[in-house]
Structure formats: structure tokens, C-alpha cells
Design a protein around this ligand. Structure first.
Ligand SMILES: [Zn+2]
Length: 281
């Protein structure tokens, strides 16, 4: 998970912008009357997210005084997410807020949508609240489903609030088979609280990151295998190990807990791999 800067728009400005062109006077008046509820819901979300207690936000089907879940869903789909909608600029600002266009949840795939951190089907008052909208890839968005956290451990990691700090926590292990593979896992740093550790482990499992990173690293190996074969022929095992070590350091500087850093570190430290385990047969 990669931390992201918070969106610049407030819940009030986002909601007001989204409902700015409602033609039906009755609906416009009812939506406008819900502004205070929307603003208060976002403020409560902000406080709870900062404390890791989003599980204490109660799902409420009606946005007081009388906006239904379905109506708020339409405010998002038709008045924010749709091309040309009044709130589309706000949607786009959040969509492009992740560096390199990478999904902050998996740190690998491209952003394809906005994910409602707390699902709009259960928390309609947060349907267009910028703090509840996170750029994400399709796979991460689908994997999260419409889960409602029932305890602090079930609160999903949130890129605007959760920073896993400078600790190394992603590690890989070389599987000594041919063709070889890497097994990725979370190595919990001592400074993490038990709740944070469980949240990160849940994040890793729910989003299938071990499988994703294993696949990406297998592809990486295909691309460097010829170089490793050449290095071993000219500089023996030490040449292979040194090259993998240099790449590990460079990747760790670039993205400390990226799968590449973990992969190169694991390959560098494996005697079996450096001695030729990288060959397919
Ligand atoms: Zn993703």
C-alpha cells in the first residue's frame, strides 16, 4: 500500500458541485437539505479514519432528512462519475492523484476507477465524500467488495490515513524448484501494533498480492535470465550475486516495499539461485 495525499475538495464542495444541475425542483430541494448530513458524515469519517476506528461508523440507509441509498448512488454515478457530469472534475482529480497512475492498494496495476473505502451501498452519506474515494485498479476495487468492518482489525488500509512507515515489511523466499518461483509474505515489524499487523495481513490476503507479485517476479526473471547466464559464465556465482545485490539496493531506494526490492533481495541472498537456480531446467 502506497500512501497518498488527501483530496483538496471538501465534502461540502463536492456534494454542492454534484447537485448543482438538478432540474427537478423537489429533488433539488431534498438533496440540498441533506448537505448538513453529508458534511457531518465526512467529518465523522475523517476523525474515525485518523484513529483507525472506521468500524464504529454505523451504516445508515437514509441520508437525513429523506434521501435514499439509491438516490445517493445516482448522485455518484450520474452526477460525479459520468463523463460531463458536474462533479466529474473532482472525480478526475482524485483519479489522477496517484503517482505514475499506479493503484495505491496493490502498488502495481493501473488506476481504473475510484473505490469507495466504505461502500456507498451501506454508507450512502459518504457516496461523494472525497475522503472516502480512493483511486484504485479494477481488481483491487472488486476484491474489496462491499465489506462492512465489524472490528478495528477489519478496517481496510486507507492511503490517505495509513502510512506503514519506513520499515521493511514485504519479503520473498526462493522456491527451489525448476522453474523457480518466489513466495511473498508480510514480515511484521516489531513497531507495528497487533491491530495494524492484522490489517496489513488482511490487505495482503484480500487483494491477492502474493499471487500478483509472484506472477510479476516470474516475468521479471524471464527478462533478466539471459544476463544472469552471461554473468555466471564470465564472473561465476559472485558476479551473479553482486548484480542482484546492486539491483536490490536500487529497487529498495526507489520503492522500499515494492515487489521488485523483495524479489532481488531474495534472489541475491539465495546461494541456490545465484549458483544457477535461475535457469528454467
Ligand atoms: Zn490495485
Amino acid at each position: 500500500m502506497q500512501p497518498l495525499a488527501r483530496p483538496g475538495h471538501s465534502a461540502r464542495s463536492a456534494f454542492t458541485t454534484c447537485i448543482g444541475r438538478v432540474r427537478n425542483p423537489g429533488l433539488a430541494a431534498r438533496l440540498s437539505a441533506a448537505t448538513t448530513t453529508i458534511v457531518n458524515a465526512s467529518a465523522a469519517f475523517d476523525r474515525a479514519a485518523a484513529q483507525g476506528t472506521l468500524n464504529q461508523i454505523v451504516p445508515i440507509a437514509t441520508v437525513a432528512p429523506d434521501i435514499t441509498t439509491e438516490e445517493m448512488g445516482k448522485v455518484y454515478t450520474q452526477r460525479m462519475a459520468k463523463n460531463g457530469a458536474p462533479g466529474r472534475d473532482i472525480y478526475d482529480e482524485i483519479f489522477v492523484s496517484s503517482p505514475q497512475g499506479r493503484c495505491p492498494l496493490c502498488a502495481q496495476r493501473s488506476v481504473a476507477t475510484l473505490d469507495h473505502h466504505l461502500p456507498k451501498a451501506h454508507y450512502p452519506a459518504l457516496a461523494v465524500a472525497p475522503l472516502n474515494l480512493v483511486p484504485a485498479c479494477s481488481d483491487c476495487n472488486k476484491a474489496k467488495l462491499d465489506a462492512i468492518p465489524t472490528c478495528a482489525e477489519e478496517v481496510a488500509l486507507h492511503p490517505y490515513y495509513d502510512d506503514l512507515g519506513g520499515e521493511g515489511w514485504l519479503v520473498a523466499r526462493v522456491v527451489q524448484t525448476r522453474p523457480t518461483a518466489l513466495r511473498f509474505r508480510v514480515a511484521v515489524p516489531a513497531v507495528w501494533s497487533p491491530v495494524l499487523a492484522t490489517r496489513v495481513l488482511n490487505h495482503f490476503q484480500t487483494l491477492g498480492l502474493a499471487t500478483l507479485y509472484a506472477s510479476e517476479s516470474a516475468e521479471e526473471l524471464i527478462n533478466i535470465r539471459h544476463q544472469l547466464v552471461t554473468l555466471r559464465a564470465s564472473d561465476a556465482v559472485a558476479g551473479v550475486r553482486n548484480e542482484l545485490g546492486r539491483r536490490a539496493v536500487s529497487c529498495e531506494v526507489g520503492r522500499q516495499n515494492g515487489w521488485r526490492a523483495a524479489a532481488y533481495r531474495a534472489w541475491h541472498e539465495s546461494d541456490w539461485f545465484c549458483a544457477g537456480g535461475f535457469e528454467p531446467t
